[in-house]
Design a protein around this ligand. Structure first.
Ligand code: FE2
Length: 363
């Protein structure tokens, strides 16, 4: 029998399995302006794995790598390259949450466990979602430590913030035909509702097409678009992702900023590479989005995209993949009323992504 949905409070953190957590932490620090705030590994009494926690605004990324080849983290990296292992949610009651999601059909990969130390106790559990990705539920209301037991604070020199405030949305790529299943999964298991649907008519170019459903949590704070490839003339970027990631997984994470021009300046200055936007995009922009506060020339200079809907507008920009494989990338987004995802930009963007695919020889 279906159980009542237990509300999710917010994204607590996102955990990546990476080849070298120590170096990844420095990448996020130097390139994206995150502070490295905690570490767990051999010197803190932990066996087998090493983790670094990096933070900016409300965004927390946990970077974890294996210390031996038989560790599941090593297998994840061998299969997928660096990528997202878990999107963790803060909940009020882990036991009630895991019982409810189980009754609603979730597969539990980590039954509820309690970790304790001198700072209190932390309860967590995890279920599987698409591919090898999981959702962890965490209750840290009785825990006063830095992050979790066996984590110690790192006193590193504070870096200059890039103005990133929070995770806006997390997008998953799933196989052809699986989008509806996973959209239903988020509705059935976590009580999400469908915010939007984009068909391949909305999102197609001469070569590639995809479909997308946007699922959102009860409180509107957690948004998960789910993409699947659609038939195109050539290999779509979603298929390219699925090939290189060896299955479904997180395609991009959108991080919100209060001033996208300042953020992009900071990121480009650090060496982040963004997708190229054809000049033709800006020729029609003013007529498409009408009056906006930002200067069009400034947006063109930095390659920032704009889209408008009935609620307002949004500004966004996409990085190139941040791993050796053409898999996960980031979006920087500033919302000015719009609650959309920039569907009006998809086409301009895909032409640019296809140009990158062509360079990789995968189109
Ligand atoms: Fe996005």
């Amino acid at each position: 029998m279906a159980a009542e949905h237990v509300p999710l409070q917010a994204i607590d953190h996102i955990e990546f399995f990476v080849g070298n957590a120590f170096q990844a932490a420095h990448f996020y620090r130097t390139m994206f302006g995150f502070n490295i705030i905690a570490h767990s590994g051999l010197t803190t009494g932990r066996q087998g794995q090493s983790s670094y926690l990096v933070e900016q605004g409300k965004i927390r990324f946990l970077l974890t790598s294996a210390l031996s080849p038989d560790c599941p983290v090593a297998r994840h990296c061998a299969l997928h390259g660096d990528g997202v292992h878990s999107v963790a949610f803060r909940v009020e009651d882990v036991e009630a949450t895991i019982n409810a999601v189980k009754a609603n059909g979730a597969t539990v990969v980590k039954p509820m466990a309690t970790w304790q130390d001198g700072f209190g106790e932390l309860r967590f559990a995890a279920i599987r979602t698409y591919g090898d990705t999981v959702h962890t539920f965490i209750d840290r209301s009785d825990y006063k430590g830095i992050f979790a037991p066996k984590y110690v604070p790192i006193e590193s020199i504070k870096t200059e913030s890039a103005g990133l405030l929070a995770v806006d949305h997390v997008v998953g790529n799933v196989e052809l035909g699986a989008m509806r299943y996973w959209a239903d999964f988020y509705a059935r298991v976590l009580g999400f509702t469908q915010l939007a649907h984009f068909s391949d008519d909305d999102i197609s170019t001469e070569y590639t097409a995809l479909m997308s459903k946007v699922m959102q949590s009860d409180n509107g704070l957690i948004k998960f678009p789910i993409n699947e490839p659609a038939e195109g003339k050539k290999k779509s970027q979603i298929e390219e992702y699925l090939d290189f990631y060896n299955g479904p997984g997180v395609q991009h994470i959108a991080m919100a900023t209060g001033n996208i021009i300042e953020t992009v300046k900071r990121l480009q200055g650090a060496g982040i590479e963004f997708l190229y936007v054809p000049d033709t995009y800006y020729e029609t922009l003013a007529s498409r989005v009408g009056e906006i506060k930002e200067d069009f020339d400034e947006l063109r200079k930095w390659g920032i995209l704009v889209d408008r809907d009935e609620d307002g507008y949004l500004l966004q920009i996409f990085t190139k993949p941040v791993e050796d494989r053409p898999t996960m990338f980031y979006e920087i987004i500033q919302r000015k009323g719009s609650r959309g995802f920039g569907v009006g930009n998809f086409k301009a963007l895909f032409v640019s992504i296809e140009e990158e695919q062509r360079k990789r020889g995968t189109l």
